[in-house]
Write a protein that binds this ligand. Structure first.
Ligand code: WT7
Length: 652
């Protein structure tokens, strides 16, 4: 990874801010140690206590953890609850007038939604879904901009036991179609479009195209008029406007009480094959860790104004926008736009205007905003901030220090949170009132999370050596399976060699204080601006183009994005050169955007007569990674079938 050098020599330590610690939910190392000790001595008892304290159950559970079908673990299996009740109803009537959501649109206009209004909107939408024949267990695709209606749609599904699958609005029609078909969704909830950086992003046209290309399960499409500019086509008999669907619906809707293990949602993420995995999350266990981590790591309390900048299309938007903060009854900001529009002060102006106290974003945004200089944030009053969070990729110490100094005024603790789509919630992160932080380290596992670093046979590894990051015991918010593919679930996360440990797919090391330092992925997964992309996924997209014979994709360190996508392509026929190469590069970049989405566009494409392969035909990615960095391949190339290809690929 980039900056590995500085990470290896990083030795600054920032003890918890005493003012912060004095008021924190967990305000000392002793309090953290006590929780860890409780979880260690009575694992099930610890989680049962948390589940009773933090969740509102319709039917209390008797069984805590059922391991009989391991690794398909079941938590609180005989308990029943409803996620929307936990996020809304239980705050009423006490918080009826409290602002749940401050929604700032791309153009700067602001709407606020109280907990009562949120309740009413969710109930109306849930009734609307029922009127379309959606019932418990049905899958519903949500393809919306980053606006409060996205959370409303998710909670409306949860209210009736429908399983939502949010697809990020930046994914293309083709990517959307694949996800729709994998879930077998009956319904798609979308908008005519969204606004990002002053530009309209059409969504409904992508839905139409996806369905045109074959989504046999889809019966109906609900469309929110977000742009209201008649840009979208309405298909008679299939499409219904959100406004029409909900207008005459009652503002109450009896919640469907579901079993704790009932799937709350599916969320697709990239793995090491071409096909994204539908990560299946449960209701009770998922919600527990989502709530607990917002309380512990973000220390969220009643008077906080919380802002997580992630889109609901990602897991961060599920656990730290929709479910966690609402279940804790706090006020949060939801932002439709981008950090650079209308200018690079957007985030900081919003922090000032909405008096944000807890702010959570990604290293890629921090690095991009850092580049604009200290003068930009210094124009704004950031004194409302008390805690800063980061997620998605390793944060380099330089960016960490800037965040700490310029944004946090040296007073705000920084919570570097390590977790994954599959883990559902934070796994390794500092409890900011208890744990000293070190720039670039996500510090220590949360109480009840048995994280460790082991070798390929599952044996423990000593301090300061890289190894596989694993979680040794099941935890409530863990992935239950890959939707429709139990075998892939077992193969990917519980390989036989690892003694039943959950394999995260990251390499990491621990320092002498036991602090975790994430080093990067061990599989063919890239992390581009905090977005997870499979190299195989991009390769499959490239080879699907009629001009392409073969492709290999690797990552290259990038200052702002963390990693950039570099593709090595063999074309059918002659190798394109000069203007032909330029034209082909443009064609292929646009093609990948169409197949997956703009986030997957290769930053660089190089053409070869073939690719460096071993005699058995395996592409040597190690060499390609070197070439992508501009380094002439070092080390052993003796197994290479065609060494001359290296120079050709280097020469571009
Ligand atoms: C991968 C998971 C978790 C929500 C956003 C991404 C990387 C995540 C950190 C961190 C270093 C991190 C890992 C992980 N990652 N957080 N704090 N420090 N790396 O979720 O798309 O499922 O990606 O993101 O490589 O495996 P995701």
């Amino acid at each position: 990874m980039h900056n590995l050098e500085s990470i290896l020599t990083e030795n600054r330590v920032f003890p918890p801010n005493p003012d912060f610690a004095a008021k924190a939910r967990i305000g000392s190392r002793a309090a953290y140690d006590a929780l860890v000790a409780e979880a260690t001595s009575d694992y099930e008892g610890f989680w049962a206590r948390q589940a009773r304290e933090w969740l509102t159950w319709d039917q209390p559970f008797q069984t805590v953890l059922d391991e009989s079908k391991a690794p398909h673990y079941r938590w609180f299996g005989d308990g029943k609850l409803n996620a929307s009740v936990n996020c809304i109803d239980r705050h009423l009537p006490a918080k009826a007038k409290k602002t749940a959501i401050i929604a700032e649109a791309d153009d700067g206009s602001v709407r606020t939604i109280s907990y009562q209004q949120l309740h009413d909107q969710v109930a109306q939408m849930a009734n609307g879904l029922k009127s379309l024949g959606i019932t418990k267990g049905d899958r519903v695709i949500i393809y919306l901009p980053m606006i409060p209606e996205a959370s409303v749609a998710m909670l409306a599904c949860a209210r009736i036991g429908a399983i939502h699958s949010v697809v990020f609005g930046g994914f293309s029609a083709e990517a959307l179609r694949d996800r729709i078909n994998d879930t077998g969704a009956k319904l798609v909830i979308t908008a005519d479009g969204g606004m990002r950086g002053g530009r309209a992003v059409p969504l409904k046209t992508a839905v139409d195209k996806a369905i045109e290309h074959g989504c046999p399960s889809v019966e109906r499409v609900v469309m929110l008029e977000r742009l209201g500019n008649d840009s979208a086509t309405i298909v008679d008999g299939r499409d219904v406007l959100w406004s029409q669907l909900t207008a005459d619906q009652p503002t109450t809707c009896e919640p469907v009480s579901v079993e704790s293990e009932h799937p709350l949602f599916l969320l697709y993420t990239s793995g090491s094959t071409g096909k994204p995995k539908g990560v299946q999350h449960s209701t009770g266990g998922y919600l527990l860790n989502a709530i607990l981590t917002n309380a512990w790591v973000f220390d969220l309390k009643d008077d906080d104004v919380y802002w997580c900048t992630a889109d609901v299309g990602w897991i961060t938007g599920h656990s730290y926008v929709t479910y966690g903060p609402l279940a804790l009854g706090v006020t949060q900001v939801i932002f439709e736009g981008v950090p650079s529009y209308p200018d690079g002060g957007r985030f900081w102006r919003m922090v000032q205007d909405h008096k944000v106290s807890v702010f959570y974003t990604a290293p890629t945004a921090i690095r991009a905003l850092m580049k604009l200089g200290d003068e930009v944030p210094k124009q704004y009053d950031l004194s409302s901030l008390r805690l800063l969070g980061t997620v998605g990729e390793p944060i380099n110490p330089e960016a960490w220090m800037w965040y700490h100094r310029v944004i946090g005024g040296e007073r705000c603790p920084i919570a570097d949170t390590w977790w994954q789509t599959e883990t559902g919630a934070h796994m390794i992160a500092p409890l900011p009132g208890a744990i000293p932080t070190k720039p670039g380290s996500c510090t220590l596992p949360l109480p009840g999370i048995m994280a460790d670093i082991v070798d390929d046979d599952g044996a423990p590894i000593g301090p300061n050596q890289g190894g596989n990051l694993v979680i040794k015991r099941p935890w409530p918010s863990m992935i239950r399976t890959v939707w429709g593919d139990d075998a892939r679930f077992q193969r990917s996360y519980f390989p036989e060699t690892l003694k039943g440990y959950y394999l995260a797919g990251d390499s990491a090391r621990r320092d002498d204080d036991g602090y975790f330092w994430i080093m990067g992925r061990i599989d063919d997964v890239l992390n581009v601006s905090g977005h997870r992309l499979g190299t195989m996924e991009i390769e499959s997209a490239l080879v699907a183009h009629p001009a392409v014979a073969e492709a290999a994709v690797v990552g290259r360190p990038h200052d702002i994005k963390g990693e950039a996508v570099v593709a090595f392509v063999v074309c059918k026929g002659e190798r394109p050169q000069g203007a032909d190469a330029e034209a082909m590069i443009k064609t292929l970049r646009d093609w990948v955007a169409e197949q997956i989405g703009p986030i997957a566009k290769p930053d660089e494409i190089r053409f070869g007569d073939n690719l460096p392969k071993t005699r058995s035909g395996k592409i040597m990615r190690r060499l390609l990674r070197g070439i992508a960095k501009g380094e002439l391949p070092q080390g052993d190339v003796s197994t290479l079938e065609n060494p001359a290809i290296l120079e050709q690929l280097m020469g571009q």
